[in-house]
Design a protein around this ligand. Structure first.
Ligand SMILES: O=C(O)CC1=CCC(=O)O1
Length: 264
């Protein structure tokens, strides 16, 4: 575990895997931290140098007050990778992490060999929903959002078969700083890349859990259709976070993609 202050915001990150191996960077979703990638990392770390970080407002990173723009998140990641001297990498991001990946591909593509977009889209949700979540969390903290948000992350089968794991991920959600959660809801409210993603010029693959209710299959497919040459796959028996529910299958998608970009 390590920390870097980027433009005043302390970011928490971890690095593992052989020095000199192809670099894979991992970005997490709203209300989660880098631990959602642990089971994928365990499967890939013998072959890849893996950097997983907590985006601002989450995990052990700083959670400044106020709205975060997509440019804030993209600037944090670009600054972190600059600091670490990474000059070629593939980036995988889930949900808002995938929006950050799209933003990086559009605004800082230097060194970016490809993006793996998991359960994400060029625009996620409507302003009214994000404003409602912001109001609830600013008034009552994370518990005010109740069970519903965490339940939306997982497929019915996972919820029934793995109640202890669901309880653990709920703890991660509840311990997310309210300021960071609200700030990132504002990112989601204010970001619409639908008119821009046609300019993404790095190789792209999109995957989505078949049972995702937050970014449903058709929404993700629509974004894939807008990105030149993007490939699209559905992961069975997974909801919004396939890195938790189907880490083996997601790891296979990632390593196949890395091999195709000559980065693995
Ligand atoms: O909280 C949700 O509904 C799921 C989600 C939407 C954007 C994100 O990053 O996670």
């Amino acid at each position: 575990m390590a920390f870097a202050r980027i433009d005043g915001v302390l970011l928490h990150y971890g690095v593992c895997g052989p020095e000199g191996a192809p670099v894979l960077v991992l970005a997490n979703s709203l209300g989660t931290d880098a631990r959602i990638w642990d089971d994928v990392t365990a499967r890939l770390q013998d072959r890849y140098r893996i950097i997983a970080y907590d985006k601002r407002g989450h995990g052990l990173s700083d959670a400044p007050d106020g709205d975060y723009s997509l440019d804030d998140h993209v600037g944090d990641l670009a600054g972190l990778l600059d600091r670490l001297g990474i000059d070629r990498f593939v980036l995988a991001g889930v949900s808002v992490g995938g929006l950050i990946a799209q933003g990086l591909a559009l605004r800082h593509p230097r060194g970016l060999a490809g993006i793996i977009l998991c359960d994400t889209a060029a625009k996620i949700g409507e302003a009214a929903m994000w404003n409602e979540r912001i109001a609830l969390v600013r008034a009552g903290g994370m518990p005010a959002l109740g069970e519903a948000v965490v339940m939306r992350w997982f497929s019915e089968g996972y919820r029934q078969e793995r109640p202890e794991d669901v309880a653990g991920w709920r703890n991660m959600f509840l311990r997310t700083p309210a300021s960071g959660y609200a700030g990132t809801c504002a990112t989601l409210r204010d970001t619409d890349l639908r008119a821009e993603v046609g300019s993404i010029s790095v190789p792209t693959v999109m995957v989505v859990g078949a049972d995702d209710v937050s970014t449903p299959v058709d929404l993700v497919r629509d974004t894939a259709a807008r990105i030149p040459g993007a490939r699209f796959s559905i992961i069975a028996n997974a909801g919004h976070i396939p890195s938790i529910e189907q880490p083996g299958i997601l790891a296979e998608h990632i390593s196949t993609f890395l091999r195709g970009t000559n980065d693995g």
